[in-house]
Write a protein that binds this ligand. Structure first.
Ligand code: NAD
Length: 334
């Protein structure tokens, strides 16, 4: 099938081209993000392959459908950037890769926790400069602490298991309980209880209207002073302005973010010679207890190979008229 691949980086080309040996699609790579301005590039392509910050709102979807696109193949798990209702109305099939490697994201999450706690990012720079002083690097042990996991699907369940391995008490909150997680000795509690009791809170639920700004002023009024918060899920789960306030007042003791609510104009590109215009993001970078990575939690060889294989497999199934395994519809999400 002829596929317009948007937001393409060198690694996307490498892994998609390698996996395509098995499928034989005609892949055309476009570097720009998919927006209403770039959507004409997809004219005549029956399939469009998109990523986390591509814009698949009503305007773009209507344009794509008019240009004879029939399939939107997301090469990621999240689909908060796709207006599924409009896609359904326009007769566009939407597929995604629900589980390519939850280990990649779970391990990065725990990596952020450890790096933050022991200030590894500071220690790395200090030692390179011949500064072996320990002041400012004092950490704590996770053993015996309480970790709150919000969302215990594939990734949250793995984080819960890893943190149980550290000897933590793990509390969980989800709209649906996961029996596997309970088997690790994790207790499900109400959100308010989790907020009040956790030393570390880690977010693994999807971004949906119910979870938008889940960590905002009202949640932050309930957390333990000095709590560590980690978000590797989707940026808008956190109200960044409220979080800046809580960092300034010491309510949040440390913050790890792999995602940011306004990341679309920042992440996945080299802006090192430009002035960042986003003042909230720039403020976040000034805190010594904030560690930000640019949406790289998924970025392992294992995950990229799996994403490429699953995405091209979804497209092949659609082309053959079979139900693609990663299909999502507005009805299914509801
Ligand atoms: P999943 O669907 O397996 O799990 C999500 C869990 O959240 C489910 O158990 C669901 O019931 C729960 N949930 C839904 N609404 C909730 C609510 N209101 N409160 C609490 N829990 C709720 O998804 P997953 O594969 O574990 O991925 C989790 C998130 O991680 C995805 O939504 C995606 O946005 C993000 N993600 C980020 C990266 C990255 O590179 N940073 C990579 C992959 C996925």
């Amino acid at each position: 099938m002829k596929v317009a691949v948007f937001s393409t980086k060198s690694y996307d080309r490498e892994f998609l081209a390698a996996a395509n040996g098995e499928f034989g699609h005609e892949l055309v790579f476009f570097e720009p993000r998919l927006t209403w301005q770039t959507s004409p590039l997809a004219a005549g392509f029956p399939a469009v392959c998109a990523f986390v910050n591509d814009q698949l709102d009503a305007h773009v979807l209507v344009t794509l459908a008019k240009q004879s696109t029939r399939l939107i193949a997301m090469r990621c798990a999240g689909f908060n950037n796709v207006d599924l209702r409009i896609a359904d109305e326009m007769g566009l099939t939407v597929v995604r890769v629900p589980a390519y490697s939850p280990h990649a994201v779970a391990e990065h999450t725990v990596g952020l926790m450890l790096a933050l706690n022991r200030r590894l990012y500071k220690a790395y720079n200090r030692v390179r400069e011949g500064n072996f002083a320990l002041e400012g690097l004092l950490g704590f042990e996770f053993y015996g602490l309480t970790v709150g996991v919000i969302g215990t699907g594939k990734i949250g369940a793995l984080v819960a298991r890893i943190m149980r391995g550290f000897g933590c008490e793990v509390l969980a909150c989800d709209v649906a309980k996961n029996a596997e997680v309970e088997a690790y000795g994790v207790s499900y509690v109400k959100l308010d209880d989790l907020l009040a009791r956790s030393d570390v809170i880690t977010l693994h639920c999807p971004l949906v209207p119910d979870t938008y700004h889940l960590i905002g002023g009202s949640a932050l009024a309930k957390v333990k002073r000095g709590v560590m918060i980690v978000n590797t899920s989707r940026g808008a789960l956190i109200d960044t302005r409220e979080v800046v306030r809580a960092l300034k007042s010491g309510v949040i003791g440390s913050l790890g973010m792999d995602v940011y609510e306004e990341e679309a104009d920042l992440f996945f590109q080299d802006l090192s010679d430009r002035v960042i215009q986003d003042d909230t993001f720039s403020r976040m970078l000034t805190f010594p207890n904030v560690l930000i990575t640019g949406h790289q939690a998924f970025f392992t060889r294992n995950a990229l190979a799996a994403i490429a294989h699953e995405t091209l497999g979804n497209i092949a199934a659609f082309e053959k008229g079979e139900p693609p395994p990663g299909r999502i519809t507005a009805e299914r999400v509801r």
